[in-house]
Design a protein around this ligand. Structure first.
Ligand code: NAD
Ligand code: SAH
Length: 415
């Protein structure tokens, strides 16, 4: 049972998966452990992720650990149909098709949940919210889950506050080996990969406006500067605004920056960060895109209702909107995650670390079934340390360790 585009695409997907696996030493070592230990024997799991090669490697590692797996996407524009074909060819069950409608997206998730998973792996909270909203009869069977991203965790904390969360959820994003590298260096590199593929324009000399100076925004701004852009940051947090200023960027409101920017990248997790009053001030030809959760950071809805299709745009998911004032703005990837909808997402080695955390967090849930509270649970420090040590070892690096004298010095107060 599966629903994918075309099984004949499998050879191309298999090549991408083999390439990714070649550069994922952490997942390879975890797979060896899982083959031996079978931590998921007898357990059903539903995974909702961006379905490209690195996620496919994670899925195979979970299956090697004995999981009975069902797989679905977490964004209608990030599924790669050749990769899902390879997964199905290899014996996995997948429901996902690139470019699916909102109804199909929900139906695919429902199919992947229908067998009653014991463990879920979510990215952004759509799977978790469908379970709690429409499939409540399955809730008692779930022993726990893992959430991949910042916004998903914000949604989980809201559920926990309202007493709505029905099972333990581990916050993969909060592991240091996740957001230090994935959100910052992963988004920093892959957002520009997506933008460059979509536009084929030069970045050097452009006025780039980055909305949000959190983990992702820092990476996006850093790499924009490396490519030669003049970078302006917008923020709502006064401390982060000062951090951006000390890091050497201009800090302005979006109202001020709107008229000056050539290229805008949002990464806030917020809605309407760029909206009507900003659009109206922008230069003709300005380019807008988003690297944060969901297609509401740039108010594409307003453009759809109030602007005319300019009939221009270099790729299928790039659209020009001509405003009532006659200027045309370009939105990349429908305002969805530009790094995944217009590229392959984060680089392989970055996802090796993020998905090593995912795999070990899922094992932690299996190992601790029945003992964890119905709450949002921080990733245990030992998982972060395990992943960091595996990464250091794979990178042929060793670090110092404390001597007994140093340990005593660091833990005493009477010096
Ligand atoms: P974060 O909390 O570290 O940073 C978000 C920043 O945006 C904060 O500093 C906040 O003050 C600021 N902000 C909020 N509303 C704003 C507004 N209206 N205007 C300007 N600034 C505003 O979060 P993060 O880890 O950087 O993640 C940001 C978003 O990106 C989240 O939605 C997350 O889920 C998503 N994300 C995407 C990718 C990807 O692959 N594209 C990777 C990781 C995270
Ligand atoms: N479903 C939401 C989720 C935000 S995605 C949405 O589509 O808007 C943000 C997450 O995508 C990050 O936390 C990151 O870990 C993950 N990601 C980035 N590149 C990826 C890749 N190449 N493969 C799988 N996941 C990736």
């Amino acid at each position: 049972m599966s629903e994918i585009r075309d099984i004949a695409l499998a050879p191309s997907g298999e090549k991408k998966i083999a390439w990714a696996r070649r550069f994922m030493p952490l997942l390879n070592s975890i797979e060896e452990d899982f083959r031996r230990e079978k931590p998921f024997a007898g357990l059903k799991m539903t995974v909702s992720l961006h379905l490209e090669a690195k996620s496919a490697v994670l899925c195979r590692v979970l299956m090697a650990g004995g999981a009975d797996l069902r797989i679905t996407g977490c964004n209608p524009l990030s599924t790669q149909d050749d990769v899902t074909a390879a997964l199905v060819q290899g014996g996995a069950q997948v429901w996902s098709v690139y470019g699916c409608t909102a109804e199909e997206y929900d139906r695919h998730m429902a199919e992947a949940l229908a067998f009653g998973p014991h463990i879920i792996i979510d990215d952004g909270g759509d799977l978790t919210s469908m379970l709690h909203r429409d499939m409540r009869s399955l809730l008692p069977g779930v022993i726990g889950g893992c959430e991949e991203t910042t916004t998903g965790i914000i949604r989980l904390r809201a559920m926990e506050r309202e007493g709505a969360l029905a099972f333990p959820m581990l916050t993969v994003n909060d592991a240091r080996c996740k957001h230090f590298f994935d959100n910052r260096y992963g988004t920093g590199q892959s957002a520009w990969d997506g933008i460059n593929r979509a536009t084929n324009l030069v970045v050097a000399g452009k006025n780039v406006v980055v909305a949000g100076y959190g983990w992702c925004g820092r990476g996006i701004a850093l790499r924009a500067r490396g490519l030669g852009a003049r970078v302006t940051v917008t923020e709502i947090d006064p401390v982060k605004a000062l951090e951006a200023m000390m890091d050497g960027y201009e800090v302005k409101t979006m109202d001020e920056a709107a008229a000056e920017g050539d290229l805008f990248v949002t990464s806030t997790g917020c809605c309407k960060v760029i909206t009507e009053r900003h659009f109206e001030k922008m230069k003709d030809g300005a380019i807008l895109c988003n690297a944060g959760h969901f297609n509401v950071e740039v108010d594409v809805d307003w453009l759809e209702r109030n602007a005319r299709d300019a009939g221009e745009g270099r790729t299928a998911v790039t659209k020009g909107y001509t405003l009532p004032n006659g200027r045309t703005l370009f939105v990349l990837a429908e305002g969805r995650l530009v790094n995944l909808a217009s590229g392959d997402g984060h680089p392989v080695e970055i996802m090796d670390m993020s998905f090593a955390i995912q795999a070990l967090a899922a094992k932690y849930i299996a190992d601790h079934r029945g003992t964890l509270p119905r709450a949002v649970i921080e990733i245990p420090e030992e998982i972060d340390t395990d992943v960091a040590l595996r990464k250091l070892s794979a990178s042929h690096m060793t670090i110092d360790t404390l001597t007994p004298e140093q340990e005593k010095y660091l833990s005493s107060w009477a010096l």
